[in-house]
Design a protein around this ligand. Structure first.
Ligand code: ADP
Length: 500
């Protein structure tokens, strides 16, 4: 890792400044009612980037009132769907125009490589908004044949005020998965950003207003989970809640939602996804894909392929190559060109990952590469590979959310199916084989929301994403996300002439 170590110790000045650090409520930037702020930190150094308004229950109340008013009285749900579509599209254009600035904010706040933010995350965010701009004027109900002299139709109506809580790993992308479908369907939104990464969403929301979004339609509250987040989840006037984050917090928000007004909740939670390399796989390709499946975004992906199952016939070759690939991974200042891996998002995550790595060593897994922090400043961790991992080890069960690959050996399909499924999670799986029967058998047997065959992390706007089991409920992206934000009203009209 030597070539990039110097850069870690001497960070580059980010090519951006923080313009917006307040709450955005009813189209206005405002301070928190309490006047409080909290620091958001640079994960490269742990230093303060900016102090940001610390929203709390009172601010959430203000934001929900604004969203309520915009829904009940404002133009948004009443304007033509075509007009809504055009505003969302104009916003996507503005976002695209400001890609460099937003990507730099993402990198500064989150630590992800700038090249990945600018070339992957922000373009995907733009794509999601264009996709949902396209849906806005294609949402409609059905005419339903019923027994008897009735004319029956369904109206697909916006649900009302959507409360949305997003995490820190892909701040802009998570913003788009939530806000895109909610607005396309004619809802109004209060979104709470993650306390680690408050900077990009509020910048984007400002652009949305420049694109013509009416005041109160999209309100952004920065702040902490147990205060602002819980205030949103338990609000009596929020009609729908969408949450992405950890499974433990998912349980809390579901409980808050049900204890308050029974608002429907979609949850996108944790994972421990298997990446299965079969005996006929092209080992070099499988090594490269399994590497990016787990190390992409510093391992901070809910769908990280964090359990690499390798058939015994190709196991030794695979382990050698996976180790070599991890050692080659370029770690360094995420603003530098050619960097594959930056720091973890904060000290909590950093400490947690190092603790789980230590447990891997203590429980007897083979440490093939990494195993420690990288450099002496910030939250960088060496790309770490364990082989001979056993199913009962903590590294095999716990979601690590860090750059740690765990390699397991398997003998046959039934065994790998059973082991892949023996987890409380069910978010995604990767299958590496050229055998059609093997691919079909595995993809039907795995209890997961997404199966990638000979690929991984393919996130088209149209492909639904979500979890089985404790990885969550509901689907985001694609056509499936629209139903999260729509009520179905059945309208039954008596026909006077029974002969009709
Ligand atoms: P992580 O542990 O990875 O930070 P969390 O699930 O705690 O993941 O965080 C995801 C989002 O949930 C963040 O916006 C966070 O502020 C919010 N959050 C955390 N705790 C709560 C809570 N008790 N109620 C509502 N939201 C919460």
């Amino acid at each position: 890792y030597k070539s990039t170590l110097a850069a870690v110790e001497d960070p580059i000045t980010p090519p951006v400044s923080v313009k917006y650090n307040q709450l955005l409520i009813n189209g206005q930037f405002v301070d928190a009612a309490s006047g409080k702020t909290f620091p958001t930190l640079d994960p490269r150094t742990g230093e303060v980037i900016a102090h940001v308004a610390e929203g709390d229950v009172e601010d959430v109340n203000r934001a929900v009132s604004a969203a309520r008013k915009a829904f009940d009285e404002g133009p948004w749900p009443r304007m033509t769907a075509y007009e809504r579509s055009r505003i969302i599209w104009r916003f996507a254009d503005l976002l695209e125009k400001h890609t460099d600035e937003i990507a730099a904010l993402e990198t500064w706040d989150n630590g992800k490589p700038y090249e990945q933010a600018a070339k992957v995350e922000i373009p995907m965010t733009v794509r999601i908004f264009r996709y949902y701009a396209g849906w806005a004027d294609k949402i409609h109900g059905l005419t339903v044949p019923a027994d008897g002299p009735y004319h029956v139709q369904t109206l697909h109506e916006p649900i009302g005020v959507a409360g949305q809580i997003i995490p820190w790993n892909f701040p802009m992308l998570m913003f788009s998965w939530k806000v895109g479908p909610a607005l396309a369907c004619g809802n109004t939104v209060v979104i709470k950003t993650a306390e680690q990464t408050p900077l990009s969403a509020v910048y984007a929301a400002k652009l949305f207003h420049e694109a013509g979004l009416p005041d109160g339609v999209l309100n952004v509250v920065s702040g902490f989970g147990p205060t602002a987040g819980a205030g949103l989840a338990s609000h009596m006037d929020v009609d729908k809640l969408a949450f992405t984050g950890s499974t433990d917090t998912g349980k809390i928000v579901l409980e808050l939602a049900s204890k308050s007004n029974l608002k429907p909740v979609t949850l996108e939670l944790g994972g421990k996804s298997p990446f299965i390399v079969c005996e006929d796989a092209d080992v070099d390709q499988a090594v490269e894909l399994s590497h990016s499946a787990v190390f992409f975004n510093q391992g901070q992906c809910c769908c990280a392929g964090s359990r690499t199952f390798v058939h015994e016939r190709v196991y030794n070759e695979f382990v050698e190559k996976a180790k070599a690939r991890a050692i080659e991974r370029t770690v360094g200042d995420p603003f530098r060109e050619g960097i594959e891996q930056g720091p973890q998002v904060d000290s909590d995550q950093f400490e947690k990952i190092l603790r789980i790595i230590r447990s891997g060593v203590e429980s007897g897994a083979n440490l093939e590469a990494g195993g420690d922090r990288f450099g002496t400043t910030g939250y960088y961790i060496q790309p770490t590979v364990f082989s001979d991992v056993q199913d009962d080890m903590l590294i095999a069960k716990e979601e690590i959310f860090g750059p740690v690959q765990s390699i397991f050996k398997f003998k046959d399909l039934d065994e790998v199916i059973q082991r892949s499924n023996s987890t409380r999670y069910g978010l995604a799986a990767g299958i590496f084989t050229h055998n059609l029967d093997t691919a079909n058998t595995l993809s039907r047997a795995l209890k997961v929301g997404t199966v990638w065959i000979n690929c991984y992390d393919v996130f088209d706007a149209a492909i639904p994403f979500g979890g089985y089991k404790m990885s969550g409920n509901g689907r985001e992206k694609g056509i499936y996300s629209l139903s999260n934000y729509l009520q179905v009203k059945a309208v039954v009209t008596s026909l006077n002439n029974p002969a009709w």
